[in-house]
Write a protein that binds this ligand. Structure first.
Ligand SMILES: Nc1ncnc2c1ncn2[C@@H]1O[C@H](COP(=O)(O)OP(=O)(O)O)[C@@H](O)[C@H]1O
Ligand SMILES: [Mg+2]
Length: 220
């Protein structure tokens, strides 16, 4: 599903990722961990082509990213849902419209958009807040909206970059539980976090980055 082969990324003379190789299978949920500055965000950005690798090969669902033309990048991005630490919701749109927004430019009918957005909000247990505005929601609820928006188009993989970074510990665990539920329903999920607490007792694959390379690969 996702494969990195000997991927390196440099910013000027700074080596951020060095010879990174790993595979994520369809239906898997895994964590990328490691201290701040280890290269976790960069690794995710390479997947949705916000950055390009300097060396190596990245494939997503058998597509070699290096073979994509600029005009094909939007197609790739539709296959990838991304969730960030700071939610990135549009505050003057309702919860429902935040979730539905990206579907409008895909030429999907209004009726289908309504059905898809409702279903997505249901999956994160937020249908009752569909007509609310983001600022009236708690941090955990706002992150649920962001997750609903990320999964609404049925991505092949859901990437999350420090998704619990702005949340208190209890809410953070709720969000991890939600990711687990979505994963149980079949979504492939990759979560970058420096928060080791979240990984305590996890049975999911944990890839630890340090100094630009994986220092251990463990299934705890
Ligand atoms: N656009 C950029 N230009 C230069 N250096 C960058 C850029 N983005 C990230 N870096 C550097 O790359 C390293 C890894 O950053 P990042 O991937 O954000 O790490 P993490 O997400 O693990 O905290 C850091 O040293 C950071 O300063
Ligand atoms: Mg980061």
């Amino acid at each position: 599903m996702i494969s990195f082969k000997n991927v390196s990324k440099f910013y000027d003379h700074n080596t951020v990722l060095k010879n990174v190789s790993f595979n994520i299978a369809k239906g898997e949920m895994a964590f990328i961990t490691g201290p701040s500055g280890a290269g976790k965000s960069t690794l995710l950005k390479l997947m949705y082509m916000a950055e390009l690798p300097d060396e190596g090969d990245i494939t997503i669902e058998s597509v070699h990213l290096s073979s994509l033309k600029m005009s094909e990048i939007p197609m790739l991005r539709r296959k990838i849902g991304v969730v960030f630490q700071d939610f990135k919701l549009i505050n003057n749109l309702t919860v429902f419209d935040n979730v539905a927004l990206a579907l409008h430019i895909r030429g999907i009918s209004e009726r289908e958009i309504r059905a898809m957005a409702s279903e997505s909000l249901k999956r994160v247990n937020l249908r009752h807040l569909a007509e609310s505005f983001p600022k009236s929601l708690s941090g955990g609820e706002q992150q649920r909206v962001a997750i609903a928006r990320a999964i609404v188009g049925g991505p092949v993989v859901l990437l999350a970059d420090e998704p619990t970074g702005n949340l208190d510990p209890g809410t953070a665990l709720d969000i991890i539980m939600l990711f687990r539920e979505l994963n149980d329903q079949g979504t492939t999920i990759l979560i970058a976090t420096h928060n080791r607490e979240l990984l305590r007792n996890t049975d999911k694959k944990t890839l630890k980055l340090e100094g630009g390379t994986f220092v251990q690969e463990e299934i705890v």
